[in-house]
Design a protein around this ligand. Structure first.
Ligand code: FAD
Ligand code: EPU
Length: 339
């Protein structure tokens, strides 16, 4: 365990933003985490950042504090019953590698979440989701370290307060806990979820006759590769905004003018609209100013073509929010954590 000073965070965030951290270290054990937290006692709340894969973060300035990169490793089958395997994974494991591990061992439930970048520890932070599945659907419990009193607490499904891209760790308990490990409840008999978006069409195209968690994973990987930019090639953090939930009246008002509006009903009074559609309709898709841009294949993804600053990407996101509000009366909310 070594503390580095004034290091560039460019390799540690998928947007590839070149800011500096005053201090940087990684921890591989709880003792190391404890030591780092007591060694460095910052004054402000925001002077300590727990970092996973940096795939849901936009740095807009140098970080005047300590960045603690999570290096906790290990995957363990802790129990099983008739229906489920209970698998505990340490927070520093790479999410997609964990998914591949589950597929290899026939643990079903996370295959639809293939190829999401980042760490296991961040998966409950915003209840990651894709192709009809969210973490809450496979979640059993997690252990988290309380930064101030150094206790380790267990959080059940209910206690995590999961919602669409939300949990208690993102708002109510923001910056208070380090997630140490997550236990997932994975099925012995798979329940295939192929109803979302292009999955069925893609499976047919590939000539898949018999479903398996492996071929669903492969199909989802193909779909994702076809529209989401690879952060190793073009900096990005996936969807920059959440898909907004609007009233039925707002949706109807939009639908009257644009019969192609991409939306679906949530309940009798609410619709979820595809933010990518709203942004595209405002003319942003493929837009580029300097090295900050709006992805030409998926307008919900903002990109760094090389040397953009985080502030330039943030400013672009602000312009997008304002134009969507003017045109549709809908307020977009950022999904990415702004630091
Ligand atoms: P980081 O970016 O490192 O951290 C995110 C936040 O969590 C920060 O506030 C950080 O402080 C906090 N944090 C991280 N680890 C811990 C911990 N152990 N304890 C406490 N706090 C912690 N997301 C989806 O939901 N669905 C998608 O389909 C999806 N697709 C994506 C595609 C691309 C190409 C990219 C780049 C991103 C995508 N994302 C998606 C977003 C991102 O992958 C997820 O949010 C992921 O869970 C972030 O993990 P991370 O380890 O990189 O988190
Ligand atoms: N659309 C457009 N133009 C665009 C992009 C999208 O019109 O430029 C419309 C299309 O009608 C399309 C619909 O939006 O059918 C939905 O697009 P897509 O299937 O790509 O999904 P999304 O709603 O844009 C969400 C998640 C993704 C997740 C996918 C698949 C959010 C904020 N984003 O995107 O998550 O991978 O569904 O489930 O909910 C992330 O969170 O970072 C992320 C990538």
């Amino acid at each position: 365990m070594q503390i580095q000073e004034n290091i560039s965070l460019k390799p540690y965030n998928t947007f590839g933003i070149n800011v500096k951290a005053k201090y940087f270290s990684s921890f591989a054990t709880i003792d190391e985490l404890t030591e780092l937290l007591s060694y460095y006692r910052p004054k402000g709340q925001d002077s300590r950042l727990i970092l996973g894969g940096g795939s849901n973060i936009l740095f807009t300035k140098d970080f005047d504090g300590i960045v603690l990169k999570n290096g906790l490793k290990g995957i363990e089958l802790i129990k099983e019953d008739d229906k489920f395997y209970y698998v505990k994974a340490a927070a520093g494991e790479i999410w997609h590698e964990f998914v591949l591990y589950c597929i290899e061992h026939n643990y079903a439930g996370v295959e639809n979440l293939s190829l999401i970048p980042g760490s296991v520890g961040a998966s409950p932070m915003q209840n990651i989701g894709a192709y009809g599945v969210e973490i809450k659907d496979v979640f059993e419990e997690l252990e988290a370290y309380h930064i101030h009193d150094k206790s380790i607490l267990t959080f059940s499904l209910e206690e995590c307060g999961f919602g669409y891209r939300e949990s208690v760790f993102k708002k109510k308990f923001k910056d208070q806990f380090v997630i140490l490990n997550v236990t997932y409840k994975l099925r012995k008999q798979p329940q295939y979820n192929t109803t979302y978006g292009a999955i069925t069409k893609e499976l047919e195209k590939e000539g898949v006759k018999e479903l398996s968690i492996k071929n669903i994973s492969d199909t989802i990987i193909n779909i994702r590769k076809s529209k989401l930019p690879d952060p190793k090639v073009v900096g990005n953090a996936g969807s920059f905004f959440k898909n907004p939930v609007v009233s039925k009246f707002r949706w109807h008002f939009i639908w009257e003018q644009y019969k192609d509006v991409s939306a679906y009903m949530i309940d009798d009074m609410h619709y979820k609209i595809a933010a990518g559609w709203l942004i595209e309709k405002c003319g942003w898709k493929g837009f580029r100013k300097g090295d900050a841009g709006c992805n030409p294949l998926q307008a919900l993804v903002l990109v760094n073509y090389g040397n953009s600053s985080g502030q330039e990407i943030f400013d672009l996101s602000e312009e997008i929010i304002q134009s969507v509000k003017r045109k549709f009366g809908v307020e977009l909310e950022r999904e990415v954590n702004i630091i």
